[in-house]
Design a binder for this molecule. Structure first.
Ligand SMILES: [Zn+2]
Length: 306
């Protein structure tokens, strides 16, 4: 530092110093190991007398989000919509968020993440182990939802039975899918198959929301006059799928049906002011839905579910 530095320069250098230090720290950390997000993996919530937690089983950035969202709109439209909502078009942060819920004597887990390690670590933060789970509900059978069912060929949840939609199971059983054959098929004799409106446990009711996959189901939680929807993959991004429900999404197997399900269910959540948990929403993955222009707006929860 030069003694002739002006007061203005000195102030500037002081202001910049923390930024420089942070950059240096990041560079050093990146050399040693991949960047990690320092975040918690379990967040408690309550719906009436039902107690649960959202579980962050994994999170990762993905490049080129328009290869996934907004397939039917121009790059200019995608970019303008993203900028208006303060998010980049360079990459998108993906979240994988199963939910655990106590209902009477049952401990119900909705979906299982990408692998056994992710869900086991998140359960541990909620003070639970895979052995505590008595029932695993599979909303649908994409790899990021069934990945944690098996741990090197052994069932991860030793004491659990399984519930899934009949239509979903039938589709994948006929599809010749490697992941299904490895992770779901071996559990079939402990699995029960349900349809729209069926009850899974007291206060948990299945609601069909087909389109993302042929038998994709959401689950309404209800207790003491309070409700919350486990929305699974009804909407996969908090901006691109909420504000623009008709934007086509790579992972929606029937894009027209998926958009119709989004409009119907998001419209219901907005009208009734009900909270949802979205499997791919930013952690803690719970929020409310408001209407905005021709679509919807995601309003993350603060303390409403404590
Ligand atoms: Zn998913």
């Amino acid at each position: 530092m030069s003694l002739s530095m002006s007061r203005r320069q000195a102030l500037l250098s002081t202001a910049i110093a923390p930024v420089a230090a942070a950059t240096a720290f990041s560079a050093k950390a990146a050399d040693e190991k991949p960047a990690m997000l320092p975040m918690d993996k379990a967040r408690a919530f309550r719906v009436g007398a039902l107690e649960g937690a959202t579980l962050l089983a994994g999170t990762a950035p993905r490049p080129d989000p328009q290869s996934i969202f907004g397939l039917n709109v121009s790059a200019e439209e995608f970019s303008a919509a993203s900028e208006a909502n303060f998010i980049t078009t360079e990459s998108a942060q993906f979240y994988f968020t199963p939910t655990v819920l106590r209902s009477g004597d049952e401990v119900v887990l909705f979906d299982t993440g990408l692998n056994a390690g992710g869900i086991t670590a998140a359960l541990a933060e909620a003070g639970m182990s895979p052995d505590d789970i008595t029932k695993v509900v599979l909303t649908h059978m994409h790899g990021d939802h069934i990945g944690g069912l098996m741990n090197e060929g052994t069932p991860t949840f030793a004491n659990a039975s399984y519930v899934t939609g009949q239509a979903e199971y039938d589709h994948w059983a006929a599809a010749g899918n490697e992941r299904f054959d490895a992770n779901v098929k071996p559990l079939a004799d402990k699995m029960s198959f349900i349809g729209d409106g069926d009850s899974v446990a007291p206060g948990i009711t299945a609601m069909a929301a087909f389109g993302h996959t042929p038998g994709h189901m959401t689950y309404m939680l209800e207790s003491e006059g309070k409700q919350l929807l486990i929305a699974a993959d009804l909407a996969n991004h908090y901006v691109w799928s909420l504000a623009y429900p008709d934007w086509e999404v790579k992972f929606d197997m029937d894009k027209t049906a998926a958009a119709a399900s989004r409009r119907k269910v998001l419209g219901m959540l907005a009208a009734d002011k009900l909270p949802m948990i979205g499997y791919h929403m930013p952690f803690p993955a719970a929020g409310f839905v408001d209407t905005r222009e021709d679509g919807f707006r995601y309003v993350p929860v603060s303390y409403q579910l404590l």
